[in-house]
Design a protein around this ligand. Structure first.
Ligand code: MG
Length: 395
């Protein structure tokens, strides 16, 4: 209580989970551009503690979460350090936080998503695994906590914006655009042996390692279909994917009269990140002044799903429901790490997903514990599949 009649502080207090990754760094760039709007109060990183310490110093942050085995160095005294899942959940549900940006990679994002929503925090969600692994539970937690969940994924941010103010009776479905990823133009016969450098060289988007590999397998798009299913309450049959090489149209809403609504812009993740961070207020700043002529020529084509065997594996698992999508998403995470480490070939990512799905019996997913139990089991099984593939003589 101030005696001088000062207005109460109105800045949004923000926790950025996964602050050293691509999305996290962009979220901090948005906050730095609007210091009157955002106050960064906590950060987390799994491995890159040097950058995390630098970010904590730059934003005056006193609470961080790190991986289980991280040493105290390089953090100065006065910074409280938590470790592991519990620490992430604490930051996500902290009463001193208004907005949680969940930019964690993989299954680790689920527990903090649930913690933030149950506590009624606004959640800007980049971690798609939260919705893939436990979409229904996430939706229920948001409802129970009265929380807003705003997507950061560019396609879903666009749909979120297009769908605002349109009566649902006018919406026939949604269409996600796919760039086709880094391997879209190489001959199908060469895909299985694509190298790490080629796979990480995305034609339109500058993103983190996991999501870039997932773009090359189209697992990313399968996960985005599942995300859309839960974010917008649409059955799978009303969610389509179209190949759009330029990544200028971020998504389309299909209306009942057969026409479409689209949201266009340069492929820059700061746009959806900023939108989610300002929500429900209008976004604060303009990044690129894009003359309409610079949008160029736009192409749309059907996707050749035969080039992308992982897409069907992940989407079919999601359609089966229960813990099947948990198993598929976890297997993909393990497989992508093994590919980036040079342990398996690109084409074997699909083998790891398929092998894990047949090794682990799916079950119901009534709560987060069941989801995380299935995740643990799938992680172990996927590790075995990777071990077998890595030990096999290369052809
Ligand atoms: Mg996306």
């Amino acid at each position: 209580m101030t005696s001088s009649g000062d207005p109460p502080p109105t800045r949004k207090r923000v926790a950025v989970l996964g602050s050293t990754g691509s999305i996290g760094r962009n979220a901090l760039a948005v906050a730095a551009a609007h210091p009157d709007v955002f106050e960064i109060v906590s950060l987390s990183a799994h491995r890159n503690v040097e950058l995390l310490a630098e970010q904590a110093a730059r934003f005056g942050v006193r609470r961080v979460a790190v991986g289980e085995a991280t040493p105290r160095r390089p953090f100065p005294d006065g910074v409280a350090i938590g470790r592991g899942r519990l620490a992430l959940e604490r930051l996500a549900s902290d009463p001193g936080v208004d907005l949680v940006v969940n930019a964690l990679v993989g299954a680790a994002g689920l527990a903090p998503t649930m913690a933030a929503l149950r506590a009624g925090r606004t959640l800007a969600l980049a971690n798609k695994e939260s919705l893939v692994m436990a979409g229904e539970l996430v939706g229920r937690a948001a409802e129970a906590g009265g929380a807003s969940l705003v997507p950061i994924d560019s396609e879903h941010s666009s749909l979120f914006r297009c769908l605002r103010g349109i009566p649902r009776t006018e919406v026939a479905g949604v269409v996600l655009t796919a760039s086709g990823g880094p391997l879209r133009d190489i001959p199908a016969s060469e895909i299985a042996d694509a190298g790490v450098d080629a796979v990480l060289d995305h034609p339109t988007w500058d993103m983190g390692t996991k999501v870039t590999v997932d773009s090359a397998t189209l697992v990313n798009k399968a996960m985005e279909v599942v995300e859309a299913r839960w974010l917008f309450g649409l059955p799978f049959e009303r969610i389509d994917v179209v190949l759009h090489r330029e990544s200028i149209v971020h998504s389309l809403v299909r209306l009942v009269d057969g026409s479409f609504l689209a949201h266009l812009g340069m492929p820059d993740m700061k746009v959806p990140i900023q939108y989610a961070m300002f929500y429900p207020d209008p976004p604060g700043g303009r990044f690129d002044d894009c003359p309409p002529g610079a949008l160029g020529t736009l192409h749309f084509e059907p996707v050749d799903f035969d080039r992308y065997p992982c897409y069907g594996l992940v989407l079919d698992a999601a359609r089966r429901g229960g813990t099947s999508p948990v198993i598929a998403a976890t297997a993909d995470e393990v497989a992508v790490a093994a590919f980036v480490d040079g342990r398996i070939r690109f084409g074997e990512i699909a083998d790891v997903i398929a092998g894990t799905l047949s090794a682990v019996a799916p079950g119901d997913a009534p709560d987060v514990d069941a989801v995380l139990g299935a995740e643990e089991e799938a992680r172990e099984a996927a590790g075995h599949v990777v071990g077998r593939l890595a030990a096999a003589p290369s052809q």
